[in-house]
Every structure is written in structure tokens, then in C-alpha cells.
Design a protein around this ligand. Sequence first.
Ligand code: GTP
Ligand code: MG
Length: 371
Amino acid sequence: PDAVTVSGLADLIHVRLDHLQRVITNMGMGELHHDYMLTPEDTTAIVLEFDINPIITEDKGKDVQPRDLPDDMSEFPLRPPVVTIMGHVDHGKTTLLDTLRKSSIVDSEAGGITQHIGAFAVTLPSGQRATFLDTPGHAAFSNMRSRGAHMTDLVVLVVSADDGVMPQTAEAIEHARSADVPIIVAINKCDKPGANPQKIREGLLKYGVQVEDMGGDVQVVEISALKGTGIELLVENIVLLAEVLDLRAPTDGPVEAAIIESQSEKGRGLSASLLIQNGSLSVGDIIVAGQSYCRIRSMTNDLGKAVKIAEPGTPVSATGWKDLPEAGQTAIQVESESLAKEIIENRIGKAKQAETLKQIQAINAKRLVSH
Ligand code: GTP
Ligand code: MG
């Protein structure tokens, strides 16, 4: 805004209107009505009077951070790998997941299009457990793909052999790269008459993905998610890569969990799907995520079954949130509800302060320009 009213400024800098008006009068600017439009010059002068320093912000409030883990994690137990399935729209990601867990999610999706991140605990044929995140391939859901890539240990990149390396294939490669996560390529729909897996291998080269049989070290498997062919080999590759990554996490100590998604549901209230990263989450625990907290009222696994405790590497849906947490944030356990409230109050205060400073800086910038 070019200018701000007296009451608008009072809101902006969090002082009472009558107090602001008194200060203005004392500055020799007369008695101003709350609707009076202040010029940017006046505003700056008044703000300076309040001694708001846009650079130094002191912080004495309580907060909570993820714990420091040692470089050498060997003292901790192994956890299931988190595998994110990514790729272009309709290339068969959800079908692959259905085949892996012998389910039929695709049939229940509106228009057969995935519109959220699904998290599933899968017991692989080898008996090992893994958590799969299914991401949407539609162009509009780039944020979800980015989030998926940042929560995962490895990415299975699904590319349809009857189509090719498409825009969201390339985008998925970028996400995996920026999250520094290894890729396994699954060339899908190899059952189709027009399938050309070699074309996919060559197409991937253009994006810097060099698969094994093209001289690189990225594993590639030809599959048909629909017919179930090649799935065993894909699973073997996933298990092998997970073993190499030696994925471990402490099962005790304060819980940390990634918010995969959050929603308001009829009958359940506010809920969030979480991916447990460290520690074991139990019903009754208190976790803080951003400006929201939760005393866990209930937890359900991906089959909708109630669970009392969730360990690292597993997804759960948790109810009991006071506000909807933001996807992508990290939830951290605290000892008490009162501490959770204190932390959130502090975070909200800090966010407000940052916002105020930004607005004051904008006003100042405007003033400089107008001179
Ligand atoms: P989005 O989530 O919208 O990005 O799609 P998706 O990648 O999850 O694709 P989905 O699994 O919904 O499959 C899209 C279509 O391809 C469906 O009609 C599937 O039956 C079909 N399909 C998937 N895998 C195969 C396969 O291996 N062979 C054949 N012939 N069809 C397949
Ligand atoms: Mg899908």
C-alpha cells in the first residue's frame, strides 16, 4: 500500500491505537483520527519513534529442534526403507503399487488420477518390510512430488515403454537429484505391443540418467505393473539398494516425523498422515509441527487399523490435532501440552514479527523510491 491509516499502522506494529495516537501527538503531528491516512514519510518517522529495528530480532522464547544424530548410526536398529514412486501421469505408478501390495487403489481413484501422496507399508515377497509413497504424475502436483522426494530413501522412477521420457519424468529426476536420493528405473508397460524399452534408456541419457546397460550405474528393470512381470526383480533391486544404504534409526528418544499430508475429515476431525523418522510414536504423545500441535488421540495404519505405537520408517494417520499441520513440516515430540503451547505461541509471535518487519521494510523502500 502507498499509505496506511493510523489504526492500520497500530495493527501493523502491534501497539494499541490510543497509545499510537498519543505518540503521534507527542511528536507534534496533532491529534489524528484513526482513519487518517499517514504518508510513507510520516509512517517511517513514527516507526522510528517505536525503535523497531528491522535487523536485530531477539529471541528468548522456547522452541524445539530435531535432535542431532551421530554420523555413525550403527548402534541403531535397521528400519524399513521409504520408497517413493514417481513418474509422468498415467505411466502406471499406482498400478505398480497395487501389484506390490495386492490391492486395487487405482479402481477407487477419481478418473484413475492420483491427487495426493499415498503412504503404504508393504511386506515384500522377501519378507522385508518397506514403506511406499505413491505420488501423483499430473503436472499440477509438483509440490507433492518434491515433498515425496525429500522424505524418501530412494525413488522408483516409472517410465512407460509405450510413451517415453516425458516432462514429469524429467521433473521427477530433478526432484530426486535435488533431494540427493538414488533412483531405480522401472520401465513399465513392457507387455504392450508398441513397447520400446531401449528408447527409454536412450531418452533418460539426455537427462543425465545413465542406466547399467548403457554404461552407467543406475539400476533399470523392465516390468509390466499390470501383468506382474519383472516385479520380483524390481523388488530385489529395491531390497539390495536399501541394504547398501544401511538405513537405521533410533526407536527411542523424542519422536520426529514428517507430515506427509493433513486433512479435515468428517467424524475424525483433523488428521495427518505421518512418516515416523526417529523414535516411536505412541497414542497420548504430544508432537509439535510448525504452528500446530497434536496430543495423539488415535493412530491408524494404511489399512485403517488402529495401532498404539509406530516405529521409524512406518506411515500412520494420527488424529488429535489442534490445527491442521502443514505438509512437509517435521513434527517433533515434546514432554507436555503446556510446552507445546508455549513453543507455538513463540513461533506465531516470531512469524508476526517477521511479517511486520517485512511490511515496514516495504514502506521504507517505497519512501526511498518516492524521493
Ligand atoms: P497418475 O497417478 O495419474 O500419475 O497415474 P499413474 O502413473 O498412477 O498410472 P495408473 O497406475 O493409474 O495407470 C494408468 C493406466 O495405465 C491404467 O489404465 C493402467 O491399467 C495402465 N497400466 C499401468 N501399468 C500397465 C502395464 O504394465 N501394462 C499395461 N498394458 N497397462 C498398464
Ligand atoms: Mg497414480
